[in-house]
Design a protein around this ligand. Structure first.
Ligand code: CAA
Ligand code: NAD
Length: 302
């Protein structure tokens, strides 16, 4: 956290004005780390009510950062929070917000049709130089950008939850992403405090291609009754050094999200056994047991 709030790092990025579309879990985090790094941010969502919620959560998370970084200097901490918050404007009009953006990062619902509609609209109004990026977890960057003209100025910028804490950024090159766009995306990622890796446009890029099948294998192991949920999680925490066990992580990410990713890949690659549907996962989702956000998944939450 301490590494990604310096104003000077933002000076190295060609990107000064960023528009984040989608102010949910991920979009709020992306807006936060960008503002911490000195960027001017416009955060867009469908309603002022959602945006008020995003701002509240960003304020609280900036407070956590300030408490840690400015431990002995509470006044400086307050200034840091206020200045970072002041860099974040909000809007319910994506087209207007894109007009002043050097970079647009899309973090809306994981649905190809909805993403297509948004990018088509933005492509018509955004300045020539504006780079478009998607934070998609599981969809193809080439498929998302098929509807825009600026395919050379399009790529993937895949962050991890919780964005302010997770230090990785996957920079995804689509088939037509230009060298200049790729370089700008890498520099921007560094400027907002992340360690960037380069990925091709393959399902799940690097992290989710490994993490999702791993989580799914843990669910299958539990489903077969080979071990209890608690023991599976303890095993991977103490035996493999993971901060969370796979079933805790599944609850944290959301079981609906896990199912959505798996189903999408299964439809596209029906012969891949790692992507086969899991009856227990389907059952939990159909019962509304979606994990932490629903109060119950593999575990119960207060
Ligand atoms: N915002 C800001 N700071 C946060 C935060 C948030 N949302 N959540 C936690 N933190 C901070 C805490 O303030 C705390 O800071 P200090 O060390 O300074 O006190 C630090 O992070 C650790 O938090 P906690 O002590 O509350 O809890 P923890 O030690 O158990 O860590 C965790 C929490 C960072 C989430 C850790 O359990 C972890 O790394 N889990 C794995 C997360 C993971 O794998 N994420 C990737 C999911 S997959 C994905 O995102 C891709 C996709 O496309 C689906
Ligand atoms: P979320 O549901 O928390 O937030 C999505 C937000 O987008 C909502 O606030 C919604 O109101 C808004 N939205 C929907 N359609 C919109 C539109 N047309 N215009 C403007 N706003 C719109 O979802 P999230 O978890 O933040 O995920 C967002 C994206 O990030 C998805 O593509 C997801 O796959 C990806 N992602 C998620 C995670 C994760 O762990 N949750 C991690 C990495 C990437």
């Amino acid at each position: 956290i301490a590494r990604n709030f310096s104003n000077s790092s933002a000076m190295q990025s060609a990107i000064k004005n960023i528009t984040v579309i989608g102010g949910g879990l991920m979009g709020s985090g992306i807006a936060q780390v960008s503002a911490q790094a000195g960027q001017n941010v416009t955060l867009v969502d469908l309603s002022p009510e959602v945006l008020a919620k995003s701002q509240k959560s960003i304020g609280a998370n900036l407070g956590r950062v300030a408490k840690k970084v400015y431990k002995d200097k509470p006044q400086e901490g307050e200034k840091f929070v206020a200045e970072s918050m002041a860099r974040i404007k909000t809007s319910t009009d994506p087209a207007a917000a894109a007009k002043s953006a050097d970079l647009v990062v899309e973090a809306i619902v994981e649905n190809m049709g909805v993403k297509h509609k948004l990018f088509q609209q933005l492509d018509a109004v955004a300045p020539e130089h504006t780079i478009f990026a998607s934070n998609t977890s599981s969809l193809s960057i080439n498929e998302i950008c098929s509807v825009v003209k600026r395919k050379d100025r399009f790529g993937g910028l895949h962050f991890f939850n919780p964005v302010p804490v997770m230090r990785l950024l996957e920079v995804v090159r689509g088939a037509e992403t230009s060298d200049a766009t790729y370089k700008t995306m890498m520099e921007w990622g560094k400027a907002v405090g992340k360690t960037c890796i380069t990925c091709k446009d393959t399902p799940g890029f690097v992290v989710n291609r490994l993490l999702v099948p791993y989580i799914c294998e843990a669910i299958r192991l539990y489903e077969r009754g080979d071990a209890s949920a608690r023991d599976i999680d303890t095993a991977m925490k103490l035996g493999a050094g993971y901060p969370m066990g796979p079933l805790e992580l599944a609850d944290y990410v959301g079981l609906d999200t896990n199912k959505f990713i798996l189903d999408g890949w299964h439809n596209k690659y029906p012969d891949q056994p790692l992507f086969k549907p899991i009856p227990l996962l389907n059952k939990l989702v159909s019962e509304g047991k979606l994990g932490v956000k629903a109060g119950e998944g593999f575990y119960k939450y207060e």
